[in-house]
Each structure stands twice: as structure tokens, then as C-alpha cells.
Design a protein around this ligand. Structure first.
Ligand SMILES: *Cc1c(COP(=O)(O)O)cnc(C)c1O
Length: 457
């Protein structure tokens, strides 16, 4: 088989600003060892997130000019609405400025004290919006998903037995929603199988619990189903996506992911009554229902992006490029999540820096080392992001200590990725020099965005 090439040509470029290791040591110190506090111009390869960082196509840029900025009834909205309806089969489409705005609306209406929201793994903004409403978020990930370096085809699956047990314990009436994240971002970008979605739907239906999909990476997940699940190899990805959404009562989506947009999101559903409540809240928080939190041009770019993402040459290249980096790291002995996920490579920092105790945030320490060594920006997904304190102020660690290298869509070429592999391997070979960190300042919620740390010497 020949090399799978980038399925695009480059029409417009952006420079990378180079700096030295010595400069980066100082930059990191000034940023309090928090990658969110580093200026983008000081980063060589930015793998902080794949959110809103995609390269738009020439067709999308043309759509930006065509965007209809009418306050009400914009033609761009109708193209956006149709694109979402064609994929999800859901009649109600509510535009929001990001995925979290869709979550905020949904959980404000359905959340509250004494309620539980069950999931495979809730993404950080989803969990934060649930907890902000007073409700509790419960992750019920399958066992395979909890072992980062053991391969399995669908490590994003929900644990069906755990779901049934949880419903029996708390009562279906206290669970307003089950929300399944595809692919499972916080659980390594691992896919969920069609069979699992069907089983979750069955359990939910028996208990009168609506099933929503956190659909940010629906196309990547659908492509994994095509590759790995029996009976789907010959089906177009668009049909697989249609089937997947057919089991759901609604979805939230960040268009900054699989819609190749720099901003945007939506909430879609079947339930007209719930939709009315959502739209009422939308008008006071986001905007009029035919633009939500977006400009007409954004709606246009999203409508086009939602079609482009289902192109199978693109998806083949996308999934292969993550696998390419993962395999290079595996060959060098670097402990990474296996198999490769859909949008990111996840390093197992607990194994990579086994000399650093969890209380000293090995993931965050690795993030710092990758930056100083090669100017690569990544993010910790571990106890800094998800850790809690017990009543004695002792850290209750997260399930895993991962470092995520998220690959922006259509942005970096194979040589960029080769460079990333070289830097990681270099740090791995000198890993004993990396030191743990302690927190000197933190916020009560989503602390990883603003936390300040310092090395333990
Ligand atoms: C990014 C993301 C969100 C939130 O979307 P924003 O557009 O960043 O607000 C929710 N869930 C998942 C799985 C995500 O990846």
C-alpha cells in the first residue's frame, strides 16, 4: 500500500516563530508551568487542542463571504439547519456559540440538586456545567477503557451492567439524561461501537431516560465503526452517522471539532417541548433562534464543514495520521494509549514519569518538558484537570494520568509530526531529569485553565 497523502493542497500559510530551548525555559517559568498561559507565538507546534484550530477549506472561506447576516431568518441558518438535520435526523436545531453553550442551556433546564447525569466519560466542560447546576456527573466507562496501554477496538464504550446497576440504585426518575461522548475525548479519543450505543439506548428506553450524544467527533467515531465493527465495512460513513444518531433523542455538538469551524456549536433534538424551553433560554443567553451565538458567516462555514468531514479520503488520512505518530512512539518504547484514538495521541504519564508521584502531577510535568525540549504545546488530562480534594485536603486522583497531543485538522504535515515524535522520544530518553510540580494558586472549577505551579526541587 502506498503512503496515505494529505488530501489537500496548501493555498495559504501561516509562519511558525522559532525560539531556543533557553528561551522556552524562561517562557514556561513565566507561564507558571501552565500551557494555557503561554503565548501562541511562543509555540512551535501547537497540539493544545484540536478545537477551533482546523484549517478551513477554500469552499468554507467562500461561504464566509456568502454568509447572510440577517437577524431573523438568515438563509445561512437554513443551510446550517438542513446540514445538521441530514446527519442527525433531528428536527430541532439550535445554534450556539460553542459546545459548552449548548451544554449550559441543556443542563440548566434538566439539571439541579439530587439529579444524576450518566455517561461513558463526561468531557470537562460537560461535567462542569452539570456540577454548576447542582447535579452530579457519573462516568461509567467500560473496563477496557481504563487500561491505557492495552489495545481494544472500542474503548470508549459505556459499561452496560454498571449503567443498569446505577439506574437501579438511584432510580430512573433522578436521571434526566444519559449522554454518551463520541469519540470519548477525555478517555483517549477512543470510539464507541454501534452495538454499545444500541444497548445503551435499550436500557435508557426501558427506564424512560433520554439518550443524548456529545457529538463533537461523530465523523471520526463513525469511521472507526466502519473500520472495526462487523457489518459496516461496506457502508458509507454518512449512513453510519445517520444510524448512530437514529438511536439518540438529542445531541450537543461543538462545531470547532468535526465541522472544521473556528467557532460554533449546536443543540439538536426530537422533543419539541424541551426545545421550547431551550430556545427560551437561548434568546436570553445566546441570541435569536436563527443565529444563536453565531454570525451568519459562521453558520455557513459549519454547514459546509459538516459535509466535508464525511469525505472518506479525509477521514482515512485523519485517522491514519494519528496512528502514524502513535506507532512511532510505540516503536521507541514510549507508553501511549493503544490503539490510537481519533484526534489525539495520549501519553501515559504515570508510566512515562514513574519516578514522579501523582501528587506532583506527572502529566503536567511532562507537558512542561515537551515544551522546553521542542516548543510543543500539549495538555494534561489527569489529576490536575480532574483531581478533587477529600475533606482532609488530600488529592483524590483521576482515573488516569494522560498527556494529550491533539492534532488540529488539516493543519500540520507529516514532517511536523516526525519532529513531534523526535522531541517526545528525546524527552523519554532523558525522563529521569524531569521534576514534579506543586500548585501555588488554583480556581475552584476548571482549575487547569488558570492554575499556577512551580517545580519541586
Ligand atoms: C470540545 C468539547 C466540548 C465543548 O465544546 P466547546 O466548543 O469547546 O465549548 C464538549 N464535549 C466534547 C467531547 C468536546 O470535545
Amino acid at each position: 500500500m502506498k503512503t496515505i497523502i494529505e488530501p489537500f493542497k496548501i493555498k495559504s500559510v501561516e509562519p511558525i516563530y522559532f525560539n531556543t530551548k533557553k528561551e522556552r525555559v524562561l517562557i514556561l517559568e513565566k507561564a507558571h508551568y501552565n500551557p494555557f498561559l503561554i503565548n501562541a507565538d511562543d509555540v512551535l507546534i501547537d497540539l493544545l487542542t484540536d478545537s477551533g484550530t482546523s484549517a478551513m477549506s477554500s469552499n468554507q472561506w467562500a461561504g464566509i463571504m456568502r454568509g447572510d447576516e440577517a437577524y431573523a431568518g438568515s438563509s445561512s441558518f437554513y443551510r446550517f439547519e438542513k446540514a445538521v438535520q441530514e446527519i442527525t435526523g433531528m428536527p430541532v436545531v439550535i445554534p450556539t456559540h460553542q459546545g459548552r453553550a449548548a451544554e449550559k442551556i441543556l443542563f440548566t433546564i434538566l439539571g439541579g440538586r439530587g439529579k444524576y447525569f450518566v455517561s461513558n466519560t463526561l468531557f470537562d466542560t460537560t461535567r462542569a456545567n452539570i456540577e454548576f447546576s447542582g447535579a452530579e456527573g457519573i462516568d461509567l466507562l467500560c473496563e477496557e477503557g481504563k487500561h491505557p496501554t492495552t489495545p481494544a477496538p472500542f474503548k470508549g464504550n459505556m459499561d452496560i451492567e454498571a449503567l443498569e446497576r446505577f439506574i437501579a440504585e438511584k432510580g430512573g426518575e433522578n436521571i434526566p439524561l444519559c449522554i454518551i461522548t463520541i469519540t470519548n475525548n477525555s478517555g483517549g479519543g477512543q470510539p464507541v461501537s454501534m452495538a454499545n450505543i444500541k444497548s445503551v439506548k435499550k436500557v435508557c428506553a426501558e427506564n424512560n431516560i433520554p439518550l443524548f450524544i456529545d457529538a463533537c467527533r461523530f465523523a471520526e467515531n463513525s469511521y472507526f465503526i466502519k473500520l472495526r465493527e462487523q457489518g459496516y465495512a461496506g457502508k458509507p460513513v454518512s449512513e453510519i452517522a445517520n444510524e448512530l444518531f437514529s438511536y439518540a433523542d438529542g445531541c450537543t455538538m461543538s462545531a470547532k471539532k468535526d465541522a472544521f469551524a473556528n467557532i460554533g456549536g449546536f443543540l439538536a433534538m426530537h422533543d419539541k417541548e424541551l426545545a421550547t424551553k431551550c430556545r427560551n433560554l437561548l434568546v436570553i443567553t445566546e441570541g435569536f433562534p436563527t443565529y444563536g451565538g453565531l454570525a451568519g458567516r459562521d453558520l455557513e462555514a459549519i454547514a459546509i464543514g459538516l459535509k466535508e468531514v464525511l469525505d472518506e479520503h479525509y477521514l482515512q488520512y485523519r485517522i491514519r495520521s494519528i496512528e502514524y505518530l502513535t506507532n512511532k512512539l510505540i516503536a521507541a518504547g514510549v507508553p501511549v494509549m493503544q490503539p490510537a484514538g481519533g484526534h489525539a495521541v495520549y501519553i501515559d504519564a504515570k508510566k512515562f514519569l514513574s519516578h514522579i508521584p501523582i501528587e506532583q502531577y506527572p502529566g503536567q510535568a511532562l507537558v512542561g518538558a515537551l515544551y522546553t525540549e521542542g516548543g510543543i504545546r500539549s495538555v494534561e488530562i489527569g489529576s490536575l484537570m480532574f483531581g478533587k480534594y477529600d475533606i482532609h485536603g488530600k488529592l483524590v486522583p483521576a482515573q488516569m494520568e494522560l498527556v494529550r497531543l491533539a492534532i488540529p485538522r488539516r493543519v500540520y504535515t507529516q514532517s511536523h509530526i516526525d519532529y513531534v515524535a523526535e522531541v517526545i522520544i528525546e524527552v523519554f530518553n532523558n525522563r529521569h531529569a524531569v521534576k514534579g510540580l506543586c500548585i501555588i494558586e488554583e480556581a475552584a472549577m476548571l482549575r487547569h485553565f488558570t492554575v499556577k505551579l512551580k517545580p519541586i526541587i
